[in-house]
Each structure stands twice: as structure tokens, then as C-alpha cells.
Design a protein around this ligand. Structure first.
Ligand code: XMP
Ligand code: MG
Length: 178
């Protein structure tokens, strides 16, 4: 099917996202007061959320990156996770904040949380922008979630859409419902 931008639906506007990220940033600021956590955005999808979130924190933080990609079709994970980038900071004894764009089945986040926990961190917390709760297969701990969304394929605001495009759109968009 030929897709054009005007066939996409805006699910969450950038203004709505910014308001929610403000609220989450304020809770995270309170939570980590007196400590210097390491924010770990999961590439590639979390780069926009993490950039906005980081700049709204009233905290000293370090930032490092993890990359993960799951084998599978265009819109569904196979559950087989491949690390495309590992952190370069020692994590032992550190307070780590994983930042993720979207949790669907939970397999990707579960894999990453287990990996990071195995490194002797002082604490591990997770902030996700979008939660497709109805699709969960594997229980994962989420400390902050931006929005619970229905089972739609979404993109924009960092997430890739058709053809690997549209990560740079400011809003969260969705393909037309079937
Ligand atoms: P799981 O199922 O492991 O999936 O929780 C998490 C990863 O799958 C990708 N994902 C999406 N990417 N639009 C996207 O652009 C979506 O609607 C969507 N649902 C899942 C995403 O990479 C996430 O890290
Ligand atoms: Mg992704």
C-alpha cells in the first residue's frame, strides 16, 4: 500500500508529550536528589525522548547509551534481541536510569534490565514514553510511563515509521487503523 504523510493519524501531539515529560522529569528529579545517576537511552528510538527528558531534569546526570535491536518483522519483535551498542561506563555501584521509547511485549526491556542488573548497579529504574500494556508477554518493571497506548503501530518523536522514516516528526503518529 502506498503511504503518504497525510494518511497518518496524529495520536499524541508534541505539546501533550512535552507536558507529560515535564511531569516525569520533576518526579525523576525528586527521586534522584543528592545522587548523580547515569541516564541510559536505548538507541535508536529513545533518542528524542531522552534529549527532552535530560534537559528538563534539575539534576547532575551522566549520559551513556545502549543500542538494541530485535530480529523480526517490520512491526513485531521476534524476541531475539541483539545488542548493537554497549555502555562505555562502569556501572557497578551506580544509579542507572534506562530510557526507552516504547514497551510492547516487554521482551526487549526485560533483556536489557537483566543485563544491566547483572553489573552490580546500586539501583535500576526505567522511564518509558509509550506503553502498549495490552501486548505484554514478559513482566517488566517500569517506574515512569508517559502514555498507555492501544495496539497500533506508532512512529515519530524518535520512533521509526514506514521505510525507516519519520523519526524526526515532532508528534507521535499512527498508521490508519485496519
Ligand atoms: P518489545 O516487544 O520487545 O518491543 O517490548 C519493544 C521494541 O519494539 C519496537 N516497537 C515499535 N517501534 N513503533 C515502532 O516504531 C511501534 O509501534 C513499536 N512497537 C514496538 C521498539 O523498537 C521497541 O524498542
Ligand atoms: Mg525501535
Amino acid at each position: 500500500m502506498e503511504m503518504t504523510r497525510d494518511r497518518y493519524e496524529t495520536l499524541i501531539t508534541n505539546a501533550e508529550i512535552q507536558a507529560r515529560v515535564d511531569a516525569i522529569a520533576s518526579e525523576i528529579t525528586t527521586c534522584y536528589s543528592g545522587t548523580v545517576p547515569i541516564m541510559m537511552p536505548l538507541l535508536r528510538g529513545a533518542f528524542v525522548f531522552a534529549a527532552d527528558l535530560a534537559r528538563k531534569l534539575d539534576l547532575d546526570v551522566e549520559v551513556d547509551f545502549l543500542g538494541a535491536s530485535s530480529y523480526g518483522g517490520a512491526t513485531e519483535t521476534s524476541g531475539e534481541i541483539r545488542m548493537t551498542l554497549d555502555s562505555s561506563s562502569p556501572l557497578s555501584g551506580r544509579h542507572v536510569l534506562i530510557v526507552e521509547d516504547i514497551v510492547d511485549t516487554g521482551l526487549t526491556l526485560g533483556y536489557i534490565q537483566k543485563l544491566i542488573r547483572s553489573r552490580g548497579v546500586a539501583s535500576l529504574r526505567t522511564a518509558v514514553l509509550l506503553d502498549k500494556q495490552c501486548r505484554r508477554k514478559s513482566q517488566v518493571d517500569i517506574d515512569w510511563a508517559g502514555f498507555t497506548i492501544p495496539d497500533r503501530f506508532v512512529f515519530g518523536y524518535g520512533l521509526d515509521g514506514p521505510g525507516g522514516l519519520f523519526r524526526n516528526l515532532p508528534d507521535i503518529m499512527a498508521l490508519p487503523a485496519e
